[in-house]
Unconditional design. Structure first.
Length: 247
């Protein structure tokens, strides 16, 4: 199963874009990595899909440059898995296949954002990655959400992105906003509701239902390609993936 380490939700656009380069040709891999590094990308290069799976479990990645013809699992299959696991990922598929049928396959079946045929012009690759980077790492100044504590309203960066919260939803968001890395254990979140008039103690099942309802509210006003506002962190609890300020 493909898992990817999430980038910190408050990461800034000024931080270097982190690129995963999956290319089995050692010389080409080294040349591309060197060129991208010279243009201030942080590059992690591997030679196979298996190597990528290991990398993605350890490193927060922004963009993905994948060769179609890889040993073992193909780059097309890897690209498809990546798109399913991370719908908002920026994926570039590179290959020597120039036929229209192959290009369409790369887009339709592989889920690639951009299909580049080899030999790839290095400066074109840089331009493509910078363009995708503006999508996956937008300027944070335009992505700030504001939580009004008095009227329990969460306002997004766009006028229609306005959500009215219940008291419990507000409590959950405030706790995540104030937590380190915007992440809290499920048990700690349940403890927040220990003095709630309706329950002596919130169960983890009730917490899951609360988070699910809040995710649904936020998804209704987020951009279609936006990542989930609250992510489940396996073995821990939940992480807030929006930049929220309290007012």
């Amino acid at each position: 199963m493909l898992t990817a380490t999430p980038r910190h939700p408050l990461g800034t656009a000024e931080a270097p874009l982190v690129v995963a380069l999956v290319e089995d040709d050692r010389l080409l891999r080294e040349e591309v990595a060197e060129h991208l590094t010279a243009h201030e990308f942080v590059v992690h290069a591997v030679s196979s899909a298996a190597g990528f799976d290991d990398l993605a479990s350890r490193v927060a990645l922004d963009l993905f440059v994948i060769d179609w013809n890889l040993p073992g699992e193909s780059g097309l299959s890897l690209s498809r898995r990546l798109r399913e696991a991370m719908p908002g990922a920026g994926i570039v598929l590179m290959t020597a296949r120039v036929a229209l049928h192959d290009r369409l396959t790369g887009y339709r079946q592989g889920g690639a954002d951009v299909y580049l045929t080899k030999p790839v012009a290095p400066d074109e690759l840089v331009a493509v990655l910078l363009s995708l980077g503006r999508r996956v790492r937008p300027d944070e100044g335009g992505q700030v959400w504001s939580l009004d504590l008095r009227d329990r309203t969460l306002q997004g960066p766009q006028t229609p992105q306005r959500v009215r919260l219940t008291s419990r939803e507000k409590t959950l968001l405030v706790a995540l906003v104030q937590a380190h890395d915007n992440t809290l254990e499920s048990g700690a979140l349940c403890d927040l509701y220990g003095s709630d008039d309706s329950d002596d103690l919130m169960s983890k099942r009730t917490l899951e239902e609360l988070v699910a309802r809040l995710r649904k509210k936020l998804k209704a006003v987020q951009e279609p390609s936006a990542e989930a506002a609250i992510k489940s962190v396996w073995g821990v609890g939940y992480q807030l993936c929006l930049h929220v300020v309290l007012t």
